[in-house]
Design a protein around this ligand. Structure first.
Ligand code: E4P
Length: 217
């Protein structure tokens, strides 16, 4: 299972990268705005800064909602760095743009996916990644993890190669449940990754080992 971090915060990206377990980064316009990164030029530069920190795929989201605009923006983003993945919204023109980019071997991530039918369309269009938003489904009393299971089932039926990127992950149990269900990738905040380290028995055990070592020295 690949671990992506869902942030535009460079310090957090560096922290996850330094642990040696990071496989990529996802961003979106809201995450950019949260870091105070505004304006096309600054946003483009920020994508390059992110690519220079991590080794893996970095999703960069288009803001156009029409096919021509998505293609224009996506081509400019793809030119920035070979780690860039074009993130496209799950709308009709987004599906069409996904097919356009996949036909040209440019990686894509179809985002804002909330149903198995949408995931099926993304796979048919040759998406590299499909991003079902599990946390946002949970927010409206719908089982987000069930969507991961449904997409896994459908993709396995037809051996679709599109990778299921569980997005809108909010906490460590989402990560573990997504791993059990066979999601190919998860993207979440830093706390959902470093939180996996925590267990009181690890802390108690380490404290005792170190104390016993000191007794003998
Ligand atoms: C996915 O790529 C999105 O950036 C993200 O996971 C959305 O998460 P949120 O629902 O916590 O905003």
């Amino acid at each position: 299972m690949k671990f992506f971090i869902d942030t535009a915060n460079l310090d957090q990206i560096k922290e996850a990268q330094d642990m040696g377990i990071l496989d990529g980064v996802t961003t979106n316009p809201s995450l950019m705005a949260k870091e105070g990164i505004t304006g096309t030029d600054n946003i483009m530069k920020h994508y390059v800064d992110i690519c220079n920190i991590v080794d893996g795929d970095v999703s960069a989201e288009v803001i156009s909602t029409d096919f021509d605009g998505m293609v224009r923006e996506g081509e400019a983003l793809a030119e920035l760095h070979d780690q860039i993945v074009i993130k496209l919204p799950m709308i009709k023109d987004g599906v069409k743009a996904c097919k356009y980019f996949s036909d040209r071997d440019i990686k894509t991530n179809v985002t804002l996916v909330f149903s198995p039918g949408q995931a099926l369309l993304a796979a048919k269009a040759g998406a590299t990644y499909v991003s079902p938003f599990i946390g946002r489904l949970d927010d409206v009393s719908t089982d987000g993890l069930n969507l991961i299971a449904e997409i896994r089932h459908i993709y396995d039926n037809y051996a679709f190669e599109t990778q299921i990127l569980a997005a809108s992950v909010r906490h460590t149990m989402h990560v573990i449940d997504c791993a059990k269900l066979g999601a190919d990738v998860m993207t979440g905040p830093l706390k959902s990754i470093v939180g996996l380290l925590n267990h009181p028995l690890t802390d108690i055990g380490l404290e005792k080992f170190l104390a016993d070592y000191k007794k003998g020295n």
